[in-house]
Design a protein around this ligand. Structure first.
Ligand SMILES: [Zn+2]
Ligand SMILES: [Zn+2]
Length: 113
């Protein structure tokens, strides 16, 4: 059972450090690009396949901006970060889960602290 929409209807790079995603239920997620980079779910950033998100990102320092992004099928985005990292596949489910807004934050921190 999904409690919220994971269909994005809009994505905007509003400034070099900010990405705004608008979901079908009109919810807006505003991501800081550095934090998004730190939450990269790829195996490298998790320190291997058994690792957790954030386990191998301590060497990453600001500023990190998003130069571009690609849609992966209908389910995910891949960001082109300024540190030349672009291997992370951010599924829409995941992006909605890590939404940093006050309403969603509780859930995200529970999962990724
Ligand atoms: Zn990564
Ligand atoms: Zn939110």
């Amino acid at each position: 059972m999904t409690k919220y929409s994971t269909d994005p209807i809009g994505l905007k790079i509003t400034d070099p450090n900010t990405i705004k995603l608008t979901w079908k239920d009109q919810h807006e997620s505003i991501y800081d690009t550095l934090k998004l980079r730190l939450l990269c779910p790829c195996a490298e950033c998790r320190g291997g396949h058994g690792g957790k998100v954030g386990d191998n990102v301590s060497h990453i320092k600001a500023p990190i901006i998003v130069n571009d992004y690609n849609k992966i099928g209908r389910y995910a985005l891949a960001f082109d970060f300024s540190d030349l990292h672009r291997g992370g596949i951010y599924s829409y489910d995941y992006l909605r889960e890590i939404c940093p807004c006050e309403i969603c934050k509780g859930d995200a921190e529970k999962n990724y602290k």
